[in-house]
Each structure stands twice: as structure tokens, then as C-alpha cells.
Ligand binder design. Structure first.
Ligand SMILES: Cc1cc2nc3c(=O)[nH]c(=O)nc-3n(C[C@H](O)[C@H](O)[C@H](O)COP(=O)(O)OP(=O)(O)OC[C@H]3O[C@@H](n4cnc5c(N)ncnc54)[C@H](O)[C@@H]3O)c2cc1C
Length: 555
């Protein structure tokens, strides 16, 4: 059932399902408040996603006087941003031993030839003023800089080992107090709306299952990655790459989706895994920066065998080294050894990791911690320029759903929060430089398809049903875990593709197929993409993989 915003249905009679998180229930009162605000408002910009990228952008747009609507699929704080531990990579004048050229070089080296050098330079050199801005409005960074894998210097700014949360909280406080901003939680964007070739709005489904259309001059995707399409993932399960499917259906270019970064050290609780609430709990790379070592099931150190940088090599190298050791020893995990890190350091620098492991019965100063790799970060995504513009008019993308050329074939640790913080500034400047020119009024309370006399003739980007059974998602997760993981081959990829193509239309089916098609197209191994049937890097593939939806011809 589709509704106009002007006919809001109060959430009376809402049945709380067991699926709904406690947090979402707590936030429900706010959803109701926002609901009524939305019904009578006009918006300049719609932002899909309430992570650090979306909120920081909303802060900037609303500060400049724009009316902003933010949609969050579940609770406003649920997304990868909240879980970020390590921090933000930044070359800072407070850190005289570091310099921006070195940060640029490290980023380009990790990218294996696929990053855009201009983008890297623009983001890295713009970092410090943006970090100062965060500090000014209340992010209390620690005074030291951490070192993480493949960084030449200690340059990761952090708030103990819970940096994402420490940034998100003051951002959310600031944005939610601004009367120009409406935040709708439990509100899933299911498709984008177009007027000719321009994106002019979005269709949302709320937690009661009703659909609403909303128009604005600027539509911005900040919807996070696709890690939730894997079972073994550090990402919240809601992050199923929806924005990538939405943009693809709207005609945008999708770039380098085959590059999915796996985090090497995710806590593994063995057969009792399912009983742990935070079963895919990540152990930040910074502990390896502080001296933690990797041992196989026989207690042997092995990282040096695979790369001279040992535990601090790039994540793809460390992850594959772990998988190789697991195979060689017949074990389903390896161990992280933090026993040589002073207890005081563990407690002060990694209190969240220390306490969580302690809750699971591990004392890090005494015990080896079982770990193994899990899907972690979506490197590719919606192709954009440095200002977040996609290849479709009216549509921007930023944060983890976007691919602007910063990472190439591999993301350097802690460069993604940096990207969210800096690129939101670029996008804001770009959006604010444009006038209201969509040709569609942002009178969101009117149903666009029914607005008479409007110059706007809105069409839906993808007419098929956008929800499919949870079983489909489970099947996709099983298939991606098995065939589209750290090691891929044409045989496994084709098998997964055939099975997923049989499922009903949905945004996560679209994204999974785009991922597989990208992985099939790159017949080489580079960065995070390893093909067992093409184990070498090939100069034929020193370019991006780009997929665009074929245009349907009506004859
Ligand atoms: C455990 C963990 C640790 C990490 N540690 C670090 C680190 O130390 N340093 C670093 O740089 N990076 C780290 N990362 C990566 C980093 O956290 C993310 O890349 C970054 O936070 C992404 O921010 P975002 O705003 O793009 O998306 P997210 O924070 O993931 O937010 C996505 C938003 O989109 C919304 N959304 C999705 N689909 C829809 C839809 N269909 N309709 C409406 N809303 C939708 C979600 O509800 C959510 O609000 C880590 C990631 C994880 C998972």
C-alpha cells in the first residue's frame, strides 16, 4: 500500500515484532514525532543513511539553511559507523614525524594501481581542518596517534577503541536538535524516483509496511556497504548494499564491486558462536600495531612467512595468510597473542576489546584469542567524482556505498572514516552551489504521481516488488560466504550467480549479482580480489570494472 506523506498513519496498533531491536523500540517515540514533521514539510535534500557520512552531511546542509530529510533503515545509530574501533587516519600538524605525502603514498601503494591519485591527494590533504571541526564540536580524540597496517607512521586518531561511537554521538546530538532536519527511523528506501533522466525523489517503506514517496532537489545515498550480504561479517546485518542497487536501477555506474575487504582478526567463538550476541566482534588492527602477534593452532608465529611486514601487512595479505594457515593445520581459526602487551596498555587503549573478550571468558594478558577473517568493508560501489556526484543527475553518493577513487583495489586501514568526514564536506559544498532545479517541487506531502499541473512526471526506477523472503537473504549469505569470499573462481562464482538469479527481485539480490558479475569480469588477482583460476596480477586489468544497467528499449 502506498501513501502520500500528507496522510501520515500514526503508529497506533503497531505490533512489536521480535525482529525489532530493543534500541529501535526505545527510539520509537522519536519516530512518531518525526513522522508528523515529515508530513507537513518540504525538503531540499533527502539523505538515505544516518551513519557518519549521512549525519555529517546533514549537519553541513542544515547549517547552511537547507531542510533535510534523513532515512534510516532501522534505529538511527545502527550502521557500521557505530562499530568503528580503530579510528581516523590523518596527517596532522600535531604529529611532526608524519606528513601528508607519506599518507598519500601509503594509500596509493595499498590501492594496487587503481586509486585516483587526485582524489587521494584531495582527501588526505583536506583531512586536518575537518578533524579540527569535529574536535571543536565535541569529539574528544586521545592525544596519541596509533599505527595500523601498511601505514608508514602512527597517524590514526582515535577515542580509545570506540572511535565511531565517539564521533556519531555528538553528530547525532547536533543534527537531531536542528529543526531543519527530520530523521525517520525504521524507514527503508526501496527505490528512487526519476523525472526523465534526473533522480528527483525516493520511495520509502516504513516499519508498518506502508510506502511513501518524497521529492527533493538533491537525493543523496549514504547507505553504507554490502557486508551484511555475508553471514561471516563484521557489519550489521541490515547493511545489504541497498544504495548500490537503488543507484544501479536509476542508471548510475557501479564501480569495482569485486573489491570487498575482509578483516583478518574477527573473534571466533567456535561451535558456540551462535550463542554470542556480538559473534562477529572485530579485534581492531591497532592491537597488532601495539604488538599483538598471530599464532597458528600449534602456537607457531606465521605472518612473517607470508610478507616482510608480518602482522602489519595489508589486510588482504594477512587475511589470506590466516586462511592458508587454517588450511595447512586443519583448524577453523588462528590465535591473536596479546600477552606481551602490558595489561595497563590493554586497559587504557583497548578497553572495549578487553572487556568484550573478558565477557566471553578470555583474559587477554593471559589467553590466546581465537580469530579468523570476515567480510568487512565494501571498497567499490556507486561511482562518483570527488564531490560525490554519480553519473545520474540529481543523485549523489558518499561514504561506504560510494566509489570515488580513494581506495582502488584495497583500503588502507582507517581511511574510510576519513573519507566519510572529508567527502561529506565536498558534497555539501557541491550541493549548496546548485540552485533548486529539479523541475519537481519538493512538496513532499503530495503524492508526486498525482500532482496535477506539475512539470514533473515522476517514474519509478524499478517496478518490481522490492521485498523478498528472509530465506532468500540467508541463501545469498551462504552462497557469498562460500563462493565470493577471500578466494574466488569462475566455477564458484557462476554457481552462486545461477542460484541467486533464481530468487525473487530485491535490492539485495541486485547487489549480490552486481558483486558476482564484477568478480567474474576481473580475470586476475589484485588487492582484495583473489581468483584461484587467475592468481596473477595482469596489466590488462589496470582499470576499473564498471557496470551500468542496460537500457530497456521500448518498441
Ligand atoms: C566493526 C567495524 C569496525 C570498523 N573500524 C573502522 C575504523 O577503525 N576506521 C575506519 O576508518 N573505518 C572503520 N570501519 C569502517 C567504517 O566504520 C565505515 O566504512 C563507515 O562507518 C561507513 O559509514 P557510512 O556513513 O557510509 O555508513 P554506515 O555507518 O554503515 O551507515 C549506513 C546507513 O544507511 C542506512 N541504510 C542502509 N540501507 C538503507 C535503506 N535501504 N533505506 C534507508 N536507510 C538505509 C542504515 O540504516 C545506516 O543508517 C569499521 C567498520 C566496522 C563494521
Amino acid at each position: 500500500m502506498r501513501k502520500a506523506w500528507g496522510l501520515p498513519r500514526p503508529l497506533r496498533g503497531l505490533v512489536m515484532t521480535s525482529v525489532m531491536t530493543i534500541q529501535l523500540r526505545r527510539e520509537l517515540v522519536r519516530v512518531m514525532v518525526e513522522w508528523s514533521r515529515v508530513s507537513s514539510s518540504r525538503y531540499d535534500s533527502i539523505i538515505i543513511g544516518s551513519g557518519i557520512a549521512g549525519l555529517n552531511l546533514a549537519r553541513k546542509l542544515s547549517q547552511a539553511g537547507q531542510r533535510v530529510f534523513i532515512a534510516a533503515k532501522e534505529a538511527v545509530t545502527e550502521g557500521s559507523s557505530k562499530y568503528a574501533q580503530g579510528g581516523v587516519a590523518v596527517c596532522s600538524p600535531l604529529n611532526p614525524e608524519d606528513n601528508c605525502d607519506s599518507h598519500i603514498e601509503d594509500t596509493l601503494r595499498a590501492s594496487k594501481g587503481l586509486a585516483n591519485a587526485d582524489t587521494v591527494r584531495a582527501i588526505v590533504t583536506s583531512a586536518w581542518p575537518r578533524l579540527e571541526e569535529l574536535i571543536k564540536f565535541g569529539v574528544n580524540f586521545d592525544k596519541d596517534f596509533n599505527i595500523e597496517g601498511s601505514h608508514s607512521y602512527s597517524r590514526v586518531m582515535h577515542v580509545a577503541d570506540a572511535t565511531g561511537r565517539a564521533i556519531l554521538k555528538p553528530l547525532l546530538d547536533k543534527v537531531s536538535r536542528n529543526h531543519l532536519v527530520s530523521i525517520a527511523q525504521g524507514t527503508e528506501c526501496i527505490s528512487l524516483l526519476k523525472n526523465g533522466s534526473r533522480v528527483v525523489g525516493a520511495r520509502f517503506r516504513n516499519i508498518t509496511g506502508d510506502d511513501y514517496d518524497l521529492l527533493a532537489d538533491n537525493i543523496i545515498l549514504a547507505s553504507g556497504g554490502l557486508g551484511g550480504l555475508y553471514e561471516e561479517s563484521t557489519n550489521p546485518s541490515i547493511l545489504t548494499g541497498d544504495g548500490i542497487a537503488l543507484a544501479y536501477d536509476a542508471g548510475a555506474q557501479i564501480e569495482n564491486l569485486e573489491f570487498v575487504q575482509f578483516h583478518p582478526t574477527v573473534f571466533f567463538a567456535g561451535r558456540s558462536q551462535a550463542s554470542f550476541k556480538q559473534r562477529n566482534f572485530l579485534i581492531t588492527e591497532a592491537v597488532r600495531g601495539a604488538g599483538a602477534l598471530l599464532r597458528n593452532i600449534n602456537g607457531e608465529l606465521f605472518a612473517q612467512k607470508y610478507h616482510p611486514d608480518a602482522e602489519l601487512a595489508t589486510r588482504d595479505i594477512v587475511s589470506r595468510a590466516i586462511i592458508a594457515e587454517m588450511k595447512a593445520t586443519g583448524a577453523d581459526c588462528v590465535f591473536l597473542d596479546m600477552r606481551d602487551i602490558p595489561r595497563e596498555t590493554l586497559l587504557t587503549k583497548f578497553p572495549n576489546v578487553y572487556q568484550t573478550c573478558r565477557n566471553y571468558g578470555y583474559r587477554l594478558e593471559r589467553d590466546l584469542l581465537p580469530v579468523r577473517p570476515a567480510a568487512h568493508y565494501t571498497i567499490g560501489g556507486i561511482k562518483t567524482d570527488i564531490n560525490g556526484r554519480t553519473s545520474v543527475d540529481g543523485l549523489w553518493a558518499l561514504g561506504e556505498c560510494a566509489s570515488n577513487g580513494l581506495h582502488g583495489a584495497n583500503r588502507l586501514a582507517s581511511n574510510s572514516l576519513l573519507e566519510c568526514i572529508v567527502v561529506s564536506d565536498f558534497v555539501a559544498t557541491d550541493v549548496l552551489s546548485l540552485g533548486a532545479d529539479s523541475g519537481c517541487h519538493s512538496e513532499s506531502h503530495r503524492h508526486p504521481e498525482r500532482s496535477e499541473g506539475s512539470p514533473c512526471s515522476v517514474s519509478h526506477c524499478e517496478p518490481q516488488a522490492k521485498q523478498s523472503p528472509c530465506d532468500d537473504l540467508s541463501l545469498i549469505r551462504t552462497l557469498l560466504d562460500k563462493h565470493v569470499s577471500l578466494e574466488r573462481s569462475a566455477e564458484g562464482l557462476n554457481y552462486a550467480r545461477t542460484e541467486i538469479a533464481k530468487l525473487a527481485e530485491s535490492n539485495y539480490r541486485t547487489t549480490a549479482l552486481l558483486l558476482i558479475d564484477s568478480a567474474l569480469a576481473r580475470k586476475e588477482s589484485r588487492g582484495t580480489h583473489y581468483r584461484s583460476d587467475y592468481p596473477e596480477t595482469s596489466s590488462d586489468f589496470e582499470t576499473s570494472t564498471i557496470i551500468t544497467k542496460p537500457i530497456t528499449q521500448h518498441v
